[in-house]
Design a protein around this ligand. Structure first.
Ligand code: SAH
Length: 455
């Protein structure tokens, strides 16, 4: 509930830090704020409040909308009783049982307010949630909400279709261009120009190539999450788990272009055609890819198709699975005096030239992070050794990196060659190199019973 306090008083009984905390909150309203206490200790200077240093008197509650009690003693008891008899909503700081209402944590982007309440149970949690929401909402979003209010009448008369109007408002409150214009004080001009475009039906589709990260909702970037909320269509790969796709706008259309192996799936050419077609219809397309879109994501082909069709696009980076795997296993893929770099490569389709090259890099101390190699892992290990990599070079395999189902295997190139293990289901990263020995692989299944020679 939002409570109207304009033209009334908010009374705070107490002169200490707790009273000051309430002052910070309630001076954001249009009420006049009155502090009453025999002892005024906290620094209220700078806040638009009236300080009254004396005992509480019942008439202090005349024309009061709310009472906060932030001290204990006879004044507090009298004030509480008086508020109750007058039916004035009461908040007793830190005593939920005596409260008629709680003050939520708020994110203040007036006229937009987000309130977070734990009903007094866990204010610390409310503050943490608040910090996250603060990070999500641009500081200028309130100003932009104000623009939407000012243009509401014009939008109604210029755009008759409800869905089209919604698209205009969404573009207004999410467009990076409007935000930039607003920061220069030109928000209204830019918003009017945007309205004119939408009224003429000249809206442009856009494609966002978004990195979904390794497959957990909380390893998505804030920007990815924001754009998923704005998309009309989400075109995703099979490797992106449902929980991540579900971060998208509820009524966005979802297209899975990479059905599981063996089932019908879209060819890359069909995907390129699909995203171009959707954007040409004026839709905002979130092309959601696992990990980072620029790493083994065939982003190059999609970008080329978008360029050719003259469609606007934007790339949003994601956490690539090798980095999630490094984090899961506390493996520093670069390590002073051990590994001067790391190489991401695809094991799938690698030829002997590639293998020879990687073997020499691994011998030189670099860490290999091999994608798409799970089913051919022993073969890849054998070829690396054949090309000169030491058979006792540490190997670590992470299946389902960054997910709750993560499992790991460790050993060395020779033990991987001898490996009889079947790996658990899911995508995997194979690390090879001296630095792998510095990770936490203690609970990993040992490949063929061999363990690391730690550097
Ligand atoms: N763009 C993605 C890679 C896509 S290629 C990225 O940056 O991560 C597909 C390969 O990525 C899989 O064969 C596997 O090697 C790797 N992969 C994707 N998700 C993974 C995960 N959660 N754990 C381990 N490997 C993963």
């Amino acid at each position: 509930m939002s409570y109207k306090v304009q033209g009334q008083r908010i009374v705070i009984l107490g002169g200490g830090e707790e009273a000051l905390n309430k002052v910070r909150l309630v001076t954001k309203t249009t009420a006049s704020v009155v502090i009453i206490s025999r002892h005024i200790d906290a620094a209220f200077t700078g806040f638009p409040v009236e300080l009254i240093q004396r005992a509480f008197a019942p008439s202090d509650l005349d024309n009061a909308a709310l009472l906060f009690v932030a001290e204990q003693g006879p004044d507090a008891d009298l004030a509480k009783a008086e508020a109750r008899s007058r039916g004035i909503p009461l908040n007793v700081v830190d005593v939920p049982a005596e409260c008629d209402f709680y003050t939520p944590s708020i994110v203040d982007r007036a006229p937009l307010t987000v309130a977070i309440s734990t009903e007094g149970d866990a204010p610390v949690l409310a503050r943490l949630v608040r910090a996250r929401i603060e990070a999500m909402l641009s500081p200028r979003i309130g100003k932009i909400a104000g623009l939407a209010g000012r243009l509401r009448k014009a939008a109604e008369s210029l755009i008759h279709d409800g869905a089209a109007r919604r698209r205009f408002y969404e573009a207004l409150v999410t467009s990076p261009e409007i935000e930039a214009a607003e920061s220069k004080g030109q928000g209204l001009d830019a918003a009017e120009a945007l309205l004119a475009q939408h009224a003429n039906g000249r809206t442009q589709g856009v494609v966002w190539l978004i990195g979904a990260g390794p497959g957990s909702e909380d390893l998505l970037t804030l920007r990815a999450q924001r754009l998923l909320q704005e998309a009309d269509v989400i075109v995703h790969d099979q490797l992106v788990p449902g929980v991540v796709v579900d971060m998208g706008r509820r009524d966005a259309e979802r297209i899975d272009v990479g059905k599981a192996k063996g089932h019908h799936s879209f060819s890359q050419a069909q995907i390129n055609t699909l995203i171009v077609r959707l954007a040409l219809q004026g839709k905002r397309v979130a092309r959601l890819k696992s990990g980072d879109p620029m790493v083994f994501g065939r982003a190059g082909e999609e970008i080329a198709a978008l360029r050719k069709a003259g469609i606007a696009y934007q790339i949003v980076p994601g956490i690539s699975s090798a980095l999630a795997a490094a984090a899961d296993t506390a493996t520093p893929v670069t390590l002073r005096k051990v590994s001067s770099g790391f190489v991401t490569a695809t094991a799938h389709g690698a030829d002997d030239g590639d293998l020879a090259h990687w073997a020499s890099l691994a011998q030189a101390g670099l860490t290999l992070a091999l994608y798409m190699g799970k089913s051919i892992a022993p073969d890849v290990a054998a070829r690396l050794v054949a090309h000169g990599a030491r058979a006792d070079l540490p190997v670590g395999i992470v299946v389902n990196a960054g997910r709750s189902t993560m499992t790991t295997y460790s050993g060395c190139l020779q033990s991987l060659i001898d490996c009889q293990a079947t790996f658990s289901d899911g995508p995997a990263i194979i690390f090879v190199g001296e630095a792998v020995g510095a990770g936490d692989w203690a609970d990993a299944a040992q490949l063929a019973g061999m363990s690391f020679k730690v550097a």
